[in-house]
Design a protein around this ligand. Structure first.
Ligand code: FES
Length: 109
C-alpha cells in the first residue's frame, strides 16, 4: 500500500530548481530537470543526515548539483549519484513521483 502526498505547485517549480518537502517524519528533495519532476529522500548516504533543511539552499552555488551542507557532497539531480565528497559514487535514494490529473504526487510505502 502506497501513501500518496501532493507536491504543491510542482508544475510551477522552475527548471533546475529544487525544494524541500516534509511528509510526516520523512523529508524529500524535489527538483525539476529537463521538464521532469524528480524526488529523492533528503538523506545523505555519508552519515545519514539530512542534506539540507528549509533555511538552506538545496543546490550548490552554481545551481547544478544537490548539495549536502554537512561535508559538501554534491549529487547529480538527474540520477542522485554523488560526484564529489566523502560518499563519492554512492546514491541518494530516489522517490517515486506519480502524476494524476495534472498534479504531482510523492508515492512511498
Ligand atoms: S553527511 Fe553529507 S557529506 Fe557528510
Amino acid at each position: 500500500m502506497f501513501n500518496k502526498h501532493l507536491i504543491p505547485d510542482a508544475q510551477n517549480l522552475p527548471e533546475g530548481k529544487a525544494l524541500n518537502i516534509k511528509v510526516a517524519e520523512y523529508n524529500f528533495l524535489v527538483t525539476k530537470q529537463k521538464g521532469q519532476i524528480l524526488a529523492y529522500e533528503n538523506l545523505c548516504p555519508h552519515q545519514k543526515k539530512q542534506l539540507t533543511w528549509s533555511s538552506n539552499p538545496t543546490l550548490d552555488d552554481d545551481g547544478d548539483y544537490l548539495k549536502c551542507h554537512h561535508h559538501g557532497a554534491l549529487f547529480s539531480p538527474i540520477d542522485g549519484v554523488c560526484i564529489t565528497g566523502p560518499c563519492q559514487g554512492s546514491h541518494l535514494k530516489k522517490a517515486t513521483v506519480g502524476i494524476e490529473q495534472g498534479n504531482c504526487y510523492l508515492l512511498f510505502a
